[in-house]
Design a protein around this ligand. Structure first.
Ligand SMILES: *Cc1c(COP(=O)(O)O)cnc(C)c1O
Length: 468
C-alpha cells in the first residue's frame, strides 16, 4: 500500500506524458497547446482526487496516477465543446425563451449560411449601383402580409418599443392602462423601458378596469402617445374592462395623438387554425387603424430574434431618422433569416407549417401519440428497465402567447425509481445533446410536441446510456 504522498509523487510530469507514443499520436491530431492544456487539467484533477481521499487504504494500487491518452482525449473533447449548443426541447413549451425561442425554417437556415459565407447586397442597390437600404429586404414583405403603410425592423421587440417611445415621446407623456404595466421574463418592464426612452409614464384606470374616459381625462398638451400593451404572460380575469382598440384609435385621431400597440407575440395567422382562442393578429391591429404596432420576430412568427414595427409612413420615417435606430439595428444574418421566414407567409401560405413553430402548434394529437409510442418502443429495444408510459398532457405555447390556453399533447412519462426524478432530469439535461424534460406528478415527462421527429432515436439512445 502507498501513502498519499507516494501517490502524489507518482503523478507523472507533463513532459513525461507528452513523450509517450499514444500522446505523440494525439499531437498529430490536436494542437500542442490544446494537448498540454488537457494534460494539465487531467493532472490537476488527479491531484485533487488524491488529496480529497481521507482514507488512504482506499488508494487502489498504482491506478490513481495513471494518465491515459484516452483520458486526455476526453478532456480535449470537453474543453473544446462550444458553450452555446443545440439542445433537445422535450419541455413542451414551444416558444421557450431560455431555449432560444423559434427554431428557423430550412429556407431561413440556408439564407443565413449563404449570406454569412459570401458578400451580400445588404446596403447596396444592385440596379442603381449605389448605396441601398438595409430595411428594403423585408419592408415590402411586411407591408404585403399585414397591409401596413410602412415597416421597420430592429434588434428585438424591447428595442422596438424603446425606439418608438424615444422617437415620439421624449420629454412628453405616454398614457397606458394600469392593467398593462407588464414585466416579461426578467428584464422587460414597460415602466423601465418608458423611463429609458425619456418619456413620462401616465397610468390610468385600475388594475382590472380601465375605461375610455380614463384615457380621455389624462390627455393634455404634453400627451404624445397612447400605448396599449398585450399583457402576454398573465391575464386579468373576472370583473374586468379594457378599452377597444378601435375606440383608442378614434380618441387618438380626435386629439392628434399617436396610438401604439405592443403586441408581444406577433401572430400573423388566426389562432383558430390551431384550435386556440382567437386573438387579434397583426393584420387586425393594422386594419383597426393603429398608428404603430410592434412585436417580436422569434415568438409565434417563427423567425429570428427581431423587433418588427408596422405603422403609418410618417411615424416609421421618424423612427428611421432617430440616431438610436442605428444602435438598435438588425444584423445581416438576422435579416436573411427574417426575410426567408416572411417569404413563407407571402409565397407559401398553404405551407405555413414549414415554419417549425407553426408545425409544432398544428401537430395533431394522433401524430404526437404515435411519436410517444415510437419512443417507448425504442426504449424497450434498448432494454432500459425504466417504467415508461404514453400519457396525455398539456403543452404550452410560451413566449407570453395564450398563457391560459392548454394545448393537448402526448408525452412519454418515465418513472426512474430507484433514481429520483430530479436526478434523472439532471442526467438528461447533461446528455449530449442535452435533453430538456419536465417533471410532473413525480414522473419525468418528455413532451412530443416540441421534439423534432429525427430526435426520437437520439433521445432513446441517450436514455439507454444514462441508465446503464
Ligand atoms: C415578449 C414581449 C416583449 C419583448 O420582446 P423581445 O422580442 O423579447 O424583446 C415586449 N412586449 C411584450 C408584450 C412581449 O410579449
Amino acid at each position: 500500500m502507498y501513502t498519499r504522498n507516494e501517490y502524489l509523487k507518482n503523478i507523472p510530469s507533463v513532459d513525461e506524458i507528452l513523450r509517450t507514443t499514444e500522446v505523440q499520436e494525439l499531437l498529430l491530431r490536436f494542437s500542442r497547446v490544446l494537448v498540454v492544456k488537457a494534460i494539465q487539467l487531467v493532472l490537476e484533477e488527479k491531484r485533487k482526487m488524491i488529496l480529497s481521499k481521507t482514507d488512504e487504504s482506499n488508494f487502489e494500487k498504482g491506478r490513481l496516477s495513471d494518465v491515459s491518452a484516452q483520458l486526455i482525449e476526453a478532456k480535449i473533447a470537453e474543453i473544446t465543446q462550444p458553450s452555446l449548443k443545440r439542445v433537445i426541447n422535450a419541455s413542451g413549451i414551444i416558444v421557450h425563451t431560455n431555449l432560444g425561442r423559434a427554431p428557423l425554417c430550412e429556407e431561413a437556415i440556408a439564407s443565413v449560411v449563404e449570406v454569412a459565407r459570401y458578400y451580400s447586397n445588404l446596403e447596396f442597390n444592385l440596379v442603381k449601383g449605389e448605396r441601398g437600404n438595409r430595411y428594403s429586404h423585408v419592408e415590402g414583405l411586411l407591408k404585403e402580409i399585414t397591409g401596413a403603410e410602412a415597416g421597420f425592423v430592429v434588434n428585438n421587440n424591447a428595442a422596438a418599443v424603446l425606439l418608438c417611445l424615444n422617437t415620439l415621446a421624449t420629454g412628453k407623456e405616454v398614457i397606458i392602462s394600469r392593467g398593462e404595466l407588464i414585466e416579461i421574463g426578467g428584464s422587460f418592464r414597460i415602466p423601465e423601458i418608458m423611463s429609458q426612452s425619456g418619456a413620462k409614464l401616465v397610468e390610468v384606470g385600475t388594475t382590472n378596469r380601465t375605461h375610455l374616459r380614463d384615457y380621455q381625462e389624462a390627455i393634455n398638451e404634453q400627451t404624445a402617445v397612447i400605448l396599449k400593451a398585450h399583457t402576454s404572460n398573465f391575464r386579468v380575469v373576472g370583473f374586468t374592462a379594457e378599452v377597444e382598440v378601435s375606440d383608442l384609435n378614434t380618441l387618438g385621431r380626435e386629439y392628434d395623438i399617436a396610438v401604439m400597440l405592443d403586441m408581444g407575440s406577433g401572430n400573423l395567422v388566426k389562432a383558430a387554425s390551431f384550435g386556440l382562442r382567437d386573438e387579434p393578429i397583426a393584420q387586425d391591429a393594422v386594419k383597426s387603424g393603429m398608428d404603430i404596432v410592434t412585436f417580436s420576430g422569434d415568438k409565434l412568427l417563427g423567425g429570428p430574434q427581431a423587433g418588427i414595427i408596422l405603422g403609418k409612413k410618417k411615424y416609421i420615417q421618424a423612427l428611421r431618422r432617430n440616431p438610436l435606430s442605428r444602435a438598435l439595428r438588425i444584423d445581416k444574418l438576422t435579416l436573411a433569416a427574417l426575410e426567408a421566414t416572411l417569404r413563407t407567409y407571402v409565397f407559401k401560405p398553404e405551407h405555413i407549417d414549414d415554419l417549425p413553430v407553426m408545425r409544432m402548434l398544428m401537430a395533431s394529437e394522433s401524430v404526437l401519440k404515435k411519436r410517444a409510442r415510437t419512443l417507448t418502443r425504442l426504449l424497450a429495444k434498448h432494454n432500459t428497465d425504466l417504467a415508461v408510459a404514453v400519457v396525455k398532457d398539456n403543452s404550452q405555447v410560451g413566449g407570453g402567447a395564450y398563457p391560459l390556453d392548454d394545448v393537448p399533447t402526448w408525452a412519454v412519462a418515465i418513472d426512474p425509481s430507484p433514481m429520483t426524478v430530479n436526478d434523472f432530469e439532471y442526467l438528461l439535461r447533461t446528455c449530449n445533446p442535452p435533453i430538456i424534460s419536465r417533471i410532473s406528478k413525480d414522473k419525468v415527462l418528455l413532451d412530443m410536441r416540441t421534439v423534432f421527429p429525427d430526435e426520437i432515436s437520439l433521445i432513446a439512445e441517450s436514455i439507454s446510456i444514462v441508465v446503464t
